[in-house]
Design a protein around this ligand. Structure first.
Ligand code: C2E
Ligand code: MG
Ligand code: MG
Ligand code: MG
Length: 292
């Protein structure tokens, strides 16, 4: 038994919860050193154009090669990093890393290099230096800003300092692409969507279950996806479907008119060399005529 919160309330000692707390503490304590010592690394997952299967983009997804716990996925540490504020340093590191990789792909593939998409946490959008940092990193890599896309969730957008419009407008004015991540899972503000300077909407993977699946228990998924695709297109935004795992989903999405897709059907996230292997193969078999 332990006394909770220093108040006169006694709660049962819960060993599982305690273990979780210790793990959280251990992880967050090591995180600053881990950023310094490059224990983090970035994998890339293809984003594929549905009309012809070309890999037009990749999403940078951070991982942690922890010396004791092995490889950790972002779900294990991004939330913690947001709580401690370390996400600002980590997020900056990921962007710098992804920009460096984008540079190497540009040198190798020119205009056919994939657009590199990087996630921005809510906490980062509250930093007054965000726009300046992003601009500096892209300039230092010598990249055309349109070769980078920033992904923000709806809640990250709404929490932006100076109002979502101002920060997003400043980022968009740099020439960077903006995508709304996991669209449809938060409190989607459709009226707002009209005013946001975004390039693309990423439809949350949770909608894909019922897409192209005649046995689905939820026919609402296809209705939602169809409606969001036509709404986004009417507002001038591209649509990227996330979490596409089978070809029936991809076929149906193509029929619906969804622009691009990302998911295990095409590839899991992997190291840059894996992306290059796929691009080399693609460019060899389908030469030239790739416009975005
Ligand atoms: P997200 O931005 O929505 O990224 C997509 C997630 O879906 C990735 O998980 C990816 O591996 C997973 N995924 C891709 N295809 C499929 C599929 O076909 N089926 C299923 N079930 N899942 C698929 P991951 O890598 O574990 O990343 C989880 C989340 O962590 C990301 O979700 C993103 O919100 C966050 N994250 C990753 N890297 C960063 C980062 O550098 N900064 C920030 N702030 N967040 C990051
Ligand atoms: Mg994302
Ligand atoms: Mg997403
Ligand atoms: Mg997510």
């Amino acid at each position: 038994w332990a006394k909770a919160d220093g108040k006169n309330r006694w709660v049962a000692y819960d060993p599982e919860r305690n273990a979780r707390e210790v793990a959280r503490f251990t992880l967050s304590a090591r995180m600053p050193a881990a950023v310094e010592s490059e224990e983090f690394y970035v994998d890339y997952q293809p984003i594929v154009r549905l009309s012809d299967g070309a890999m037009t983009g990749v999403e940078a997804l951070v991982r942690w090669a922890h010396p004791e716990f092995g490889r950790l996925g972002p779900d294990r540490f991004i939330g913690l990093a947001e709580e401690t504020g370390l996400i600002v340093a980590l997020g900056r590191w990921v962007l710098r890393e992804a920009a460096g990789q984008a540079r190497r792909w540009r040198d190798r593939y020119g205009d056919r290099a994939p657009v590199v998409s990087v996630n921005l946490a809510a906490r980062q959008t509250q930093e007054p230096d965000l726009v300046a940092d992003v601009s500096t990193i892209i300039a230092a890599a010598g990249l055309p800003p349109s070769s980078i896309q920033l992904e923000l969730t709806e809640s990250a957008i709404m929490g932006t300092t100076g109002g979502p419009l101002r920060t997003l407008r400043e980022l968009a004015d740099l020439g960077i692409r903006i995508a709304i991540d996991d669209f449809g899972t938060g409190y989607s503000n459709l009226a707002y969507l009209r005013h946001l300077p975004v390039h693309a909407i990423k439809l949350a993977g949770s909608f894909m279950e019922g897409v192209g699946n005649p046995h689905t228990l939820d026919p609402g998924d296809e209705t939602i996806v169809t409606t969001l695709v036509s709404l986004s297109h009417a507002l001038g935004h591209q649509v990227i479907a996330e979490g596409v795992e089978d070809s029936a989903q991809a076929d149906r999405l193509r029929e619906i008119g969804c622009d691009s897709a990302q998911g295990w059907l095409f590839a899991k996230a992997g190291p840059p060399g894996e992306i290059e292997r796929m691009l080399d193969q693609q460019l060899l078999t389908a030469p030239a005529q790739r416009t975005r």
